[in-house]
Design a protein around this ligand. Structure first.
Ligand SMILES: [Zn+2]
Length: 191
């Protein structure tokens, strides 16, 4: 196959040279209004062309490569003596896979245990290109079925306004678990 970025022959959808050149993580922290932190590894514009493969047949491979480049070093820095649950946001499979489940899977380690299908939106509204007002008045209505009394890290692919992460975090809090922070691949905030 050909590398998506340089078109050279490659055994992976993004060749190793392009991964080294273009996918070095650039970690940023967004602090939501209540102090909740969201760590991101890329600027949305830098990897938009890759994120748009989300619902295509190569999307799963692209997301796995992005997650490995972004999150490997991040997860190796964890040295908790208690387990932490990794909760992918709304990991409903579309086109054969759930992109947030792929991210959670890459984050898994001795300390970080993914729980799939435990945070699902009951309202399948699309926020793509919608205003903050629309997002706030059309909540996703998340339902958390994960463990109570656990430390939780939320995982999503993109943070835009922060509405989704905020709503997901509040649902987890309401259910008696403890959201520590969130990680997303990309921050789409305008700089
Ligand atoms: Zn390449």
């Amino acid at each position: 196959m050909r590398c998506l970025l340089c078109q050279n022959f490659s055994f992976t959808v993004i060749c190793n040279s392009c991964q080294k050149l273009f996918l070095q993580p650039y970690q940023t922290i967004r602090v939501l209004h209540d102090g909740f932190k969201v760590y991101s590894f890329y600027r949305y514009g830098d990897i938009a062309v890759l994120l748009k493969t989300k619902h295509t047949h190569i999307g799963a491979a692209v997301y796995r490569i992005l997650a490995k480049n972004a999150m490997q070093a991040f997860k190796e820095r964890f040295d908790f003596d208690v387990a932490v649950d990794i909760i992918p946001v709304d990991d409903i499979p579309k086109s054969g896979y759930a992109h947030t489940a792929i991210l959670a899977n890459v984050l898994a380690s001795k300390y970080l245990q993914p729980y799939y299908g435990s945070l699902r939106a009951q309202n399948d509204v699309s926020y793509s290109a919608k205003t903050l007002h629309y997002r706030q008045t059309n909540p996703r209505d998340f339902m958390y079925s994960g463990k109570r009394n656990e430390n939780v890290i939320l995982v999503d692919d993109i943070i835009t306004t922060g509405t989704t992460i905020n709503e997901a975090k509040n649902e987890i809090l309401k259910c008696g678990a403890k959201p520590l922070f969130a990680v997303t691949l990309a921050d789409a905030r305008e700089l």
